[in-house]
Design a protein around this ligand. Structure first.
Ligand code: ZN
Length: 324
């Protein structure tokens, strides 16, 4: 279920496509007619045979079958002559055919008496754009991720340096982004660590690649999403944030654990993560909480879902201080 307003916008986009395709058809026709004026004559003859065919069918005359065969033969003959012209012009035989952006519904938006999938897709993309409006998508990439901000000093708890750990994290995120597809066998990534260690940067870098690959990505903070969902749930709003979060190709949940602790929120959060993972649609979740804090905070079923994601720990000093 998607907001009605988005369907109305989708139909406007369809009307726009139809107008553009019509204009292109007209341009092609004029181009051929200008170079080969006999084309216009053939076009008129085609129209005439079409009219004659209609009359024969309407009148149901005795010789109908024979007449229909004759007209069809004539028709093919004219079409052949048009094809010769198109060949001379260096065009394919379908150059003057009607142009449709969606072959299924021929840009009417209706297929088999139902809304065509092209309308659903346009409406879904509008809904995703709307949800991402305030997100800093496209601002980060892997190339601007600076490993030199992380200490090379070996950390005894990690048994490696923060830089080494981040190099591994970076590689994991790159692999995830460049191999992204849906449905995906990987459930996604859980990024754990204090603020300012690059979780958001890496999630946005993944988002950028995945979007470039043509997939839909929704990015936002958990508190924001849950407030929206709650508002829609308790009002007669047509907006369907939960539907979009459940169906986009990649969902990136920032600030997990920063939301107000309520039963409604916890249920909504479980619903989103669980239904996505069941459909093999990946999730990336970022949290400032530690694994122990997550376990205290969430029920076992959410916790086990979260830890079915690949866990990346972020370690070190706040790199934002170094980031000028
Ligand atoms: Zn369609």
């Amino acid at each position: 279920m998607i907001n009605n307003e988005f369907y109305i916008q989708a139909l406007e986009i369809l009307a726009d496509r139809r107008a553009k395709n019509k204009a292109l058809e007209e341009k092609r026709r004029n181009e051929i007619a200008k170079a080969f004026p006999e084309y216009l004559l053939l076009e008129k003859q085609l129209a005439k045979t079409g009219h004659r065919l209609a009359m024969v069918i309407l009148n149901k005359s005795k010789n109908a079958l024979k007449e229909i065969k004759e007209i069809e033969k004539e028709n093919l003959n004219i079409q052949d002559r048009i094809n010769v012209i198109l060949k001379k012009a260096g065009k394919n035989v379908d150059y003057l055919d009607s142009i449709y952006s969606c072959k299924k519904c021929q840009d009417t938006g209706i297929f088999n008496n139902k809304r065509c999938s092209c309308v659903e897709e346009i409406a879904r993309n509008i809904a995703i754009q709307r949800l991402n409006e305030s997100s800093p998508l496209n601002l980060s990439d892997f190339d601007s991720f600076k490993l030199e901000y992380y200490s090379e000093k070996r950390d005894l708890r990690l048994n490696m340096s923060a830089r080494e750990l981040m190099r591994q994290n970076l590689q994991m995120c790159r692999d995830f982004a460049f191999n992204f597809h849906v449905p995906m066998s990987k459930n996604g990534i859980l990024m754990i660590g204090k603020t300012g260690l690059g979780k958001t940067h890496l999630s946005l870098a993944i988002a950028k690649i995945v979007i470039e690959k043509g997939y839909s990505v929704v990015y936002g903070s958990v508190p924001d999403f849950l407030r929206k969902i709650e508002k829609e749930h308790f009002s007669s709003s047509e907006a369907d944030t939960i539907g979009v979060l459940n169906s986009c190709d990649l969902l990136i949940l920032d600030d997990l654990g920063a939301e107000f602790d309520s039963q409604f929120y916890t249920a909504a959060l479980y619903n989103i993560i669980n239904s996505r993972l069941n459909k093999r649609l990946p999730v990336i979740a970022n949290t400032n909480l530690t694994a122990v804090q997550l376990k205290d905070r969430y029920s076992d079923r959410i916790f086990s879902r979260l830890f079915s994601l690949e866990v990346l720990s972020f370690f070190g000093e706040d790199i934002r201080l170094k980031n000028h």
